[in-house]
Design a protein around this ligand. Structure first.
Ligand code: FEO
Ligand code: CA
Ligand code: CA
Ligand code: CA
Length: 595
């Protein structure tokens, strides 16, 4: 085969039409393999999956539920290690009726959260990758779960607000929760964002009055999932600091299966989507991050020390400390007016703190890092429409943010601005239904940021590359390209890039009546903004974690929550994808050129 025969970046393809099929439908000429499914064995000795015989112990050795971020790091020419987030569980779809007690369901669901590390190897067709099935050989395989020990590092480690009954030192956390998006680092680790951690905490009495404002800003209400019946640390009344051990960026070293993963306080605490790193021209490691809530912010971290590119153990040890010291900032966007016919303007990074100095009045460094949302509120950043993935494009030096949607935009408390311009948008109920107007921004945007003076500098310019939706809707915009040539796209969520610098976007929550999917978009040249659908998801699923790997031969992605449709149950499923059982199994998939 020619070296470029599988090239996902340069091959033209016919866009996949929007559909409601219960299938992964990929563009003609390409095909897909399922790499790992919910329940597949991860570590040696794990029991085979049986939906009627689930246990917490088994779940902690098997591939967890609802795969999200997918990272792939090479370990050889034909071998690699895949790191996957397991964001949350859908108990209605996971458990046959009358098989488990409510307490068993909670304990098994808890153990289906976390992350998996899985060795993979190239298949017969070059772009295909399969999980290593000889688990005794797969030395890197690992399951991080609700009982895994994490070290809390950075300036806030040891703070009183991180001390719990479990850990009176404030320097360790048990488990990771709601791991959503992520990114890999130039030093070969994976960063994973703890997102909607607020939902896991109950209360047996009053909430601690010291944290009224803090709990409120993070949506921690004590109306949790009843997990405190399984583990009392999820009772806020008993253990008011336990939620402070979540909401961090987690760093995992997949090359070292016995290493203790870390939670980085220097990157702040919010509903983290993930963190994506670029090395600035001054050598500093820069992490871009989103806080996925309606009206929340985009953040940036710049390391105090420089990245060491040497391939030595000493350099790696140094690089592993880069995220513990530096400056955390939040973004403010200013528009230059609508007269130019474009949504664009200038931007500024407003510093919140360094590892030693707070820039927020009345708040210490630890205050800023543990209650980052409250600190940011005080410096006047721009309230965004659900910033999800924020990722640098290493080819063109720009940074791209998926702003998924915001049904509240345009309400009095959230007026429109040039970076979040829509107070209404066109949606449809089913593929054939007419477009109708709905309040707020329903289809989302892709925001492009251009650093001025490098990634570590304080200013940038910005524009909306995409105003998503149906191209027939007047408000949509696709980088200026002819709208007759684009695919409809709704609710951009995760982004990645191929080696040519083209953007790949996965969607979550399509409101144009069809299933979610993944799209390819040129970012430069005459076709800039030409969105083309490459693959569509099964019923009820969102697409997550797209990753282009192996010289543009392979597109990895996660099919998250197939079958998640109101009223669906284990016995009455809306999807059976990937069609290996009579119930759906969230899975990681790889797409590649058919041979
Ligand atoms: Fe877990 Fe913001 O998506
Ligand atoms: Ca403008
Ligand atoms: Ca997501
Ligand atoms: Ca991404």
């Amino acid at each position: 085969a020619r070296a470029t025969s599988g090239d996902l970046a340069t091959s033209p393809f016919k866009a996949v039409a929007p559909n409601k099929r219960d299938a992964v439908t990929v563009a003609e000429g390409f095909t897909t393999s399922v790499v790992m499914r919910w329940g597949d064995r991860v570590v040696a000795g794990a029991p085979a999956f049986d939906a009627a015989k689930q246990t917490p112990e088994a779940a902690r050795q098997q591939f967890g539920y609802n795969c999200d971020y997918v990272g792939v790091l090479p370990t050889g020419r034909d071998e690699a290690v895949m790191v996957v987030n397991h964001e949350y569980t859908d108990e209605n779809l996971m458990f046959p009726a009358d098989t488990y007690t409510p307490a068993q369901i909670k304990a098994i669901a808890m153990s289906n959260h976390g992350m998996s590390v899985v060795e993979i190897r190239r298949g017969v067709v070059p772009g295909d990758w399969r999980a290593e099935t000889n688990l005794r050989k797969a030395k890197l395989n690992r399951r991080l779960h609700i009982e895994t020990e994490f070290k809390i590092v950075g300036p806030a480690a040891g703070d009183e607000r991180l001390m719990t009954i479990d850990d009176p030192s404030g320097r360790s956390a048990r488990g990771t929760l709601n791991n959503c998006a992520g990114g890999s680092t130039p030093w070969g680790t994976v960063l994973s964002g703890e997102e909607n951690f607020n939902q896991y905490f109950d209360k047996s009495g009053a909430l601690d009055a010291r944290y009224t404002a803090q709990y409120a800003r993070y949506g921690i209400t004590g109306t949790g999932k009843g997990w405190s019946e399984v583990d009392s640390r999820f009772d806020l009344t008993l253990d008011p600091h336990e939620p402070h051990r979540f909401g961090w960026i987690v760093e995992v070293d997949p090359m070292s299966p016995t290493s203790t993963p870390r939670k980085h306080t220097m990157l702040g605490r919010f509903k983290h989507e993930g963190a994506n790193i670029v090395i600035a021209k001054n050598g500093k490691a820069v992490a871009y991050m989103g806080d996925d809530e309606r009206g929340d912010y985009i953040y940036r971290f710049v390391s105090a020390e420089k990245f060491d590119p040497a391939r030595t153990a000493k350099a790696r040890r140094h690089n592993l400390t880069l995220l513990t010291k530096g400056t955390l900032s939040v973004a403010k966007f200013s528009g230059d007016g609508s007269e130019d016919g474009e949504y664009d303007g200038t931007g500024q990074w407003l510093p919140l703190c360094t590892d030693t100095t707070s820039y927020v009045e009345g708040m210490s460094v630890a205050d800023v890092l543990i209650f980052t949302r409250l600190a940011a509120d005080k410096v006047g950043p721009t309230k965004m429409d659900r910033p999800e993935d924020v990722e640098p494009n290493l080819v063109n030096g720009k940074v791209y943010a998926a702003l998924t949607n915001n049904s509240n935009r345009g309400k009095p408390e959230l007026p429109v601005d040039e970076a979040n311009p829509l107070a209404s948008s066109m949606v449809r109920a089913s593929p054939g239904a007419p477009l109708t107007s709905a309040s707020g921004n329903r289809n989302g945007y892709v925001l492009e940021m251009t650093p001025v003076g490098g990634h570590a500098a304080s200013r940038f310019t910005w524009d909306l590359l995409l105003v998503c939706g149906d191209p027939a809707a007047a408000e949509t915009y696709f980088g200026g390209v002819d709208k007759a040539t684009v695919s409809p796209i709704s609710c951009p969520d995760n982004v990645t890039f191929d080696n040519e610098g083209q953007l790949w976007i996965s969607t979550d929550g399509n409101v144009l009546g069809s299933n979610d999917g993944i799209f390819r978009v040129p970012t430069q040249g005459p076709l800039r903004g030409q969105v083309r659908q490459f693959v569509t998801m099964p019923r009820g699923a969102e697409a997550c974690g797209p990753l282009i790997y192996d010289k543009n031969r392979s597109l990895f992605f996660a099919v998250q929550h197939p079958g998640e449709i109101d009223g669906a149950t284990f016995e009455n499923q809306a999807s059976t994808w990937p069609h290996t059982d009579d119930f759906p199994r969230p899975s990681v998939v790889v797409a590649y050129r058919r041979r």
